[in-house]
Design a protein around this ligand. Sequence first.
Ligand code: BOM
Length: 141
Amino acid sequence: TAEVMSHVTAHFGKTLEECREESGLSGEIMEEFHHFWREDFEVVHRELGCAIICMSNKFQLMQDDARMHHENMHDYIKSFPKGDLLSETMVRLIHNCEKKYDDIDDECSRVVKTAACFKKDAQAEGIAPELTMIEAVLEKY
Ligand code: BOM
């Protein structure tokens, strides 16, 4: 659900600042992580892919090959209120997108493509959060 996704985004997004340097993601490209969900934010920069890898590694959500760690991602989403309602859908959507870009060798480029695909599919499934929903839960984390 979009409500659960707002919690996941707020929590995951807290690690962005720790990952700015190594990913090279400037504030010009992305000011705050939850802007990921803005309709007018384009998920296209390679640096964002590098940042998502760095952020995911804070919670062991990726394997060594920068592909999703299914079990850990499942458990991570389930750790949020009503997370069990979202975990299976989210793992399925991400994995489906991951497969589409399997031929891209550069990890940061592959992850940003996968993330853009995931954003689009999450919007289509009605589980993309509104910015106001995320802002309402930011203070919890
Ligand atoms: O193959 C790489 C798999 C990783 C793709 C990442 C998709 C999601 C990243 C952007 C969206 C974030 C929203 C909430 C937190 C997800 C953990």
